[in-house]
Design a protein around this ligand. Structure first.
Ligand code: NI
Length: 221
């Protein structure tokens, strides 16, 4: 399941993040890429710094508070974000993200790109995700994120004008299988809609029961 989530970072937080990045110095992004991704990674990223620590904390809190994100992802571990900056001529060619990550040691199930720059301020820089149905292109409003299976091949198109800032991270889910996560997400959506429209009816209870029991079957400890 690929899902776009608007305003995953509240506008006030986004403003603070952008102001911190305005004066920050960036380093070559190759330092954190796997050996094969390094061949196609051409961007810069924010090195360890008080600004990065603050941004990581803000985004971590925003993700913990975001009900739709929690419902879609069931996060067990969320890696602190990497903040990347693409200037004109920079791109990140087709690659698959590392399966195992460190600090913390985890499996990457879900990748997330949180767009920080206003899309009107740069050209190019689309995130392209490949799937069996073809390629899908994402260039979202500032503060919005796309989450997608880490198993997919993806790339960032060359930026031809302006500056593209984004925060990326990876999540290990309590539910490893993407199709199971999608079923849980659909059931949860129906469960909530039923509750909003008709309250706690017997139908609501049945859906809630199925959702809870599938979670019991599929949660990984
Ligand atoms: Ni990637």
């Amino acid at each position: 399941m690929i899902l776009c989530i608007e305003k995953i970072l509240p506008p006030a937080d986004l403003e603070i993040v952008l102001s911190k990045l305005e004066t920050a110095e960036f380093i070559d992004g190759k330092v954190t890429a796997g050996w094969h991704a390094r061949l196609v990674k051409q961007n810069t990223q924010l090195p360890k710094s008080p600004a990065l620590t603050a941004i990581r904390e803000m985004i971590s809190v925003a993700l913990q508070r975001h009900a739709l994100f929690q419902m879609a992802v069931h996060p067990k571990l969320i890696r602190p974000v990497t903040v990347s900056r693409y200037q004109v001529g920079m791109a990140y060619g087709s690659h698959v993200d590392n399966a195992v990550m460190h600090d913390p040691v985890m499996r990457s199930d879900i990748s997330m790109t949180l767009f920080l720059s206003d899309p009107a301020t740069y050209e190019g820089g689309e995130l392209i995700i490949e799937s069996s149905q073809g390629e899908t292109s994402f260039k979202l409003p500032a503060g919005a994120a796309v989450i997608y299976p880490s198993s997919s091949i993806h790339r960032v198109e060359e930026v031809t004008q302006g500056l593209r800032l984004a925060a990326v991270t990876w999540i290990q889910s309590w539910v490893r299988d993407p199709s199971q996560r999608e079923i849980l997400f659909d059931l949860d959506t129906v469960r909530q809609t039923l509750f909003e429209t008709s309250g706690k009816t017997p139908a609501f209870d049945l859906i809630a029961k199925s959702h809870a029991n599938l979670l019991r079957q599929w949660l990984e400890f």
